[in-house]
Design a protein around this ligand. Structure first.
Ligand code: SER
Length: 593
């Protein structure tokens, strides 16, 4: 089965069961201070899980682009990825456990759908603790479907609980489905979650709690279902592969790496790992750069994650002996080719991606050359101390593996434990720094962030009035304390322009304008002159937020919300800083006082 067939089958199944199909949201979350990237299908839907009305209904299904960097060290094995697609179906206060589980079972086992062997399926459910009881309901439903008792594992929160995506927010018990990928003849008659031959394929989450900042779990008024099935994994299962990288989602990429390196995939462990890391990281990097809210390599936040992905891939390429100049773009072209039908932004933005990759490769090469020079200075040392190795890494971006390689050639030793100590010290520091960014969490910070969210709409409208219609939003980042807003504009803003923008925003606040929301099709939104990202694909409806009074709207934006009801409560808007963000993009930092 191809990835295309499988993705489509999933969406068709849920369409037949009354779900509206929505398109993947951007990889860059909207106004969510708690994460850098969209990590799961539920992420863009949090406002709706919290009770806001979704414009297309209460039953949704999608395939969502996702990035998880928490698993980055595990990438290199057969099943972990930084970029993956998550198939998901959603009930926003519509059906709950019974229907969700029955639909999962039907999709997996019915001869009309995936037709998996029932005997090779097992499940786990939440066993209960002081926060929430044993999920007896889920247990009984699985029993009624014919799953034997021994194949229903009762596990703790660590295994069978999902969310919140940030520190606070919607969460609840889940039930996970596993498939036996070992010899079918030897399928065990009981389930043991330690055995890696039982592979997790699907997760049905029952979002019935809201975790608050004080750690309490309060029942959600609206009960929701959030399911997630990793496309890469289920595709491997459907094709009887023990390795996701053998599926069509990776095959062409691996071929190209074999070509470039002259080495073969799957022959020795080291080569295989290097090839997996390269194709995984470059695929993720291409999707991040090609996103309509795309990011460019830099030394902060998302840009830094992106830079690390690209450089790590280049380093593994070096290990494989790839010598070609600027080779990463070759992989990018194949990613774009293989996915463009599903994700048209890849085709649209491929030239930009190619240029960014070329630049980043050249920069990294220079860094490595500088690092080499520094390394030469240590040629009389018998041992490269951990501190020296760390300086090479920290100041010159010189990866430890390269230091070790060179040291080996020169018969020098590297004090790796000391290096790791240094690294840990540094990471602890940066973790503390970034923890500030996550302070409060999603639900808790909501009141303050909602205000900033509305202020961002006012800011965009004001910028367009003062600077011109070429100004479009290129990104935003909101915390409970401030707003950061990136927009397309070439020149530095003058003091006068900044003052005008501030005045316009404050005027709109003073007038206490109403904020209303209308649901309409994309075409209608376009006709109405709404701004925003027109990336919805299935002719679906979108929400347009209007600020102002009929016919005299100050701002019209396609947006998921939420927003304040009247601008009057925003306080005083103040621009703290205006600076360059990247080429052709300016950044404003602003606060509400
Ligand atoms: N949110 C759950 C997960 O990511 C199910 O979609 O696994």
């Amino acid at each position: 089965m191809t990835s295309k067939e499988l993705r489509q089958k999933y969406l068709d199944f849920f369409k037949e069961h009354g779900h509206a199909i929505i398109s993947s949201a951007s990889l860059i979350p909207d106004n969510d201070p708690t994460v850098l990237f969209t990590t799961a299908g539920m992420h863009p839907l949090v406002p709706y899980i919290m009770g806001q009305k979704h414009p297309v209904g209460r039953k949704l299904a999608d395939a969502q682009k996702s990035i998880r960097t928490s698993d980055i060290d595990e990438v290199g094995d057969a099943t972990h990825h930084t970029f993956f697609e998550m198939l998901g179906n959603w009930s926003l206060g519509d059906y709950f456990k019974e229907e969700a589980i029955k639909m999962s079972w039907e999709f997996l086992t019915s001869p009309d759908w995936l037709n998996l062997d029932k005997n090779r399926l097992a499940v786990s459910i939440f066993k209960g603790d002081e926060d929430a009881p044993f999920d007896k309901e889920a247990y009984d439903i699985w029993l009624s479907l014919g799953i034997p008792e021994k194949k229903i594992a009762r596990l703790p929160k660590k295994n069978n609980w999902w969310g919140p995506a940030g520190l606070t927010g919607p969460c609840g018990p889940d039930t996970e489905m596993f498939y036996w990928v070992g010899d079918p003849e030897k399928t065990p008659n009981s389930f043991n979650d330690d055995n890696p031959l039982w592979v997790e394929i699907w997760n049905d989450v029952f979002m019935q709690y809201n975790k608050k900042a004080d750690g309490a779990y309060e029942p959600l008024e609206q009960k929701n279902v959030d399911t997630g099935m990793g496309l890469e994994r289920i595709l491997a299962v459907m094709n009887d592969f023990d390795d996701n990288y053998k599926t069509d989602l990776f095959k062409n990429l691996i071929f190209r790496i074999e070509d470039l390196s002259g080495k073969k995939y799957g022959v020795d462990a080291e080569t295989t790992k290097a090839m997996r890391v390269i194709v995984d990281h470059l695929k993720a990097a291409v999707f991040i750069m090609a996103d309509d809210k795309g990011v460019t390599p830099s030394n902060t936040d998302r840009g830094y994650v992106l830079r690390r992905l690209i450089r790590r891939a280049i380093r593994y390429g070096r290990q494989l002996g790839i010598t070609e100049e600027s080779w990463t773009k070759e992989i990018a072209k194949i990613v774009a080719h293989d996915y463009q039908e599903i994700y048209p932004e890849l085709k649209k933005n491929i030239n930009l991606v190619i240029n960014l990759l070329k630049e980043e490769e050249a920069k990294f090469k220079k860094t490595l050359e500088q690092g080499l020079k520094e390394f030469e200075k240590l040629s009389n040392e018998k041992i490269i101390t951990g501190k020296q190795a760390f300086d090479l890494y920290q100041t010159y971006g010189f990866p430890l593996e390269i230091t070790e390689e060179l040291a080996l050639e020169k018969k020098q030793a590297v004090d790796k434990p000391e290096f790791e100590n240094e690294l840990k010290k540094h990471q602890d520091l940066s973790r503390t720094a970034s923890a500030g960014m996550f302070k409060g969490g999603l639900a808790d910070a909501s009141e303050a962030t909602v205000k900033y969210h509305t202020a961002a709409h006012l800011l965009l409208a004001a910028l367009r009035k003062v600077l011109g219609g070429h100004v479009i939003q290129k990104g935003s980042n909101i915390t409970a304390e401030r707003l950061r807003f990136d927009f397309a504009h070439k020149e530095k803003m003058t003091d006068e322009e900044k003052q005008k923008v501030e005045n316009l925003v404050n005027q709109a606040i003073k007038e206490n304008l109403p904020v209303t929301c209308e649901e309409m099709t994309l075409d209608q939104a376009r006709e109405k002159g709404a701004h925003g990202i027109f990336d919805a694909k299935y002719g679906e409806k979108v929400s347009v937020y209007l600020i102002g009074r009929e016919k005299l709207y100050f701002s019209k934006e396609i947006c998921g919300g939420p927003h304040v009801e009247n601008t009057g409560i925003l306080g005083k808007f103040k621009i703290k800083k205006e600076e360059s963000s990247s080429s052709g993009v300016r950044r404003i930092k602003a606060v509400l006082e």
